[in-house]
Design a protein around this ligand. Structure first.
Ligand code: SF4
Length: 343
């Protein structure tokens, strides 16, 4: 049993993850055929396994795709080349990329078309980094740590700096400052590439950290923003553990400690609640740092498909109230948690 448990808000699903989970759920409802999803739809083991029990196959290359397949592209963004490959083999393709990842792709395109060399700060082989680097492969350079800047040999006048959306602020800031010193005319987007969900979750754990002995971060090993939360806390000299399942807390010494619980942007809240039940705190304190209201609508092509099917059904059965029309218009009121529960 732990002493005080601080339940941190915001935690868990961000607007991009909400949209991607609901979009894939809609695909299951519309199509009987297998849906091929490029990359994990979001980086959470429980969610991926849940979809695998339905008619979803997660693939890592267009070579795994049968002809005329139904395809969904994940929230992390896809390079233009890969998107074209998938498009040429699919009969239906829906792109569930988060609009904040698309923003980085647009910046990469804009800077490269303006003749800039682009330093992209991100994690090698992460799905989001692979997609972004594919926007301008001949003029983008991946940097993971400050030292990597020394390895890059590019003209100092035409350089831009972009980032993966889910970095820890403590990873990003030193690299940005070093790059600004090395390239005094460095171009950067007006608004940071680190997304609101990443920074809000990090600021919340920084603010709660002085009240607790340990911070538990619920999320999978594949989730970059989850690992960024753990490293943010560890950088403050505080203990922090990533936990993916309730079983994983069995080996942690949390007895009588004050514990904060948060979750990465792709972690379902039922796992958070199960962990809290198992921790049996003396008292639960709700620590609300920021109230998030962001909402991203379903991908345009999916909204259009749902509306077409709904209109067709309405024409055939005008006496019926067709649920899809009402649902797609009320998507904001439907949560990803409800979508997952409907599977
Ligand atoms: S973590 Fe940020 S960039 Fe990634 S899906 Fe969520 S809102 Fe979009």
């Amino acid at each position: 049993m732990v002493n005080n448990l601080y339940l941190v808000t915001p935690r868990g699903f961000c607007a991009g993850v909400e949209m991607a989970i609901k979009a894939l759920t809609w695909m299951l409802k519309i199509y009987d055929e297998t849906i091929y999803c490029y990359h994990e739809i979001v980086h959470n083991d429980w969610i991926v396994e849940r979809f695998k029990t339905k008619n979803i196959e997660f693939i890592e290359s267009s070579e795994e795709l049968p002809k005329n397949a139904i395809v969904m592209l994940s929230a992390h963004g896809t390079s233009p080349k890969t998107e074209n490959e998938f498009n040429s083999l699919s009969s239906v393709q829906v792109n569930a990329v988060c609009p904040l990842v698309t923003k980085v792709h647009h910046e990469a395109k804009k800077f490269s078309e303006a003749g800039q060399q682009i330093i992209y700060v991100g994690h090698k082989n992460h799905d989001e980094a692979l997609g972004a680097l594919g926007v301008a492969p001949d003029s983008m350079f991946l940097v993971e740590k400050e030292d990597d800047l020394e390895e890059i040999n590019i003209s100092s006048d035409n350089v831009a700096l972009l980032a993966q959306t889910t970095l820890a602020m403590s990873e990003w800031t030193p690299i940005m400052e070093s790059a600004q010193k090395k390239y005094p005319n460095l171009n950067m987007p007006r608004k940071s590439d680190l997304c609101y969900a990443t920074t809000n979750r990090q600021e919340a754990v920084i603010n709660v950290s002085s009240k607790v002995d340990v911070v538990l971060v619920v999320g999978s090993d594949t989730s970059s923003n989850t690992k960024a939360l753990v490293s943010t806390i560890k950088n403050l000299g505080k203990e922090s553990f990533r936990v993916n399942t309730t079983e994983e807390i069995d080996n942690l010494d949390l007895k009588d400690k004050n514990v904060a619980v948060t979750a990465g942007a792709s972690a379902p809240d039922h796992i958070v609640q199960e962990i809290i039940n198992k921790l049996q705190p003396n008292e639960t304190i709700y620590f609300e740092n920021t109230n998030e209201t962001e909402y991203f609508p379903l991908p345009k092509e999916l909204r259009s498909n749902i509306t077409t099917i709904s209109n067709f059904l309405l024409e055939l059965f005008p006496e019926n109230k067709v649920e899809p029309v009402r649902s797609v218009n009320k998507d904001k009121q439907w949560s990803a948690t409800e979508a997952l529960a409907s599977l």
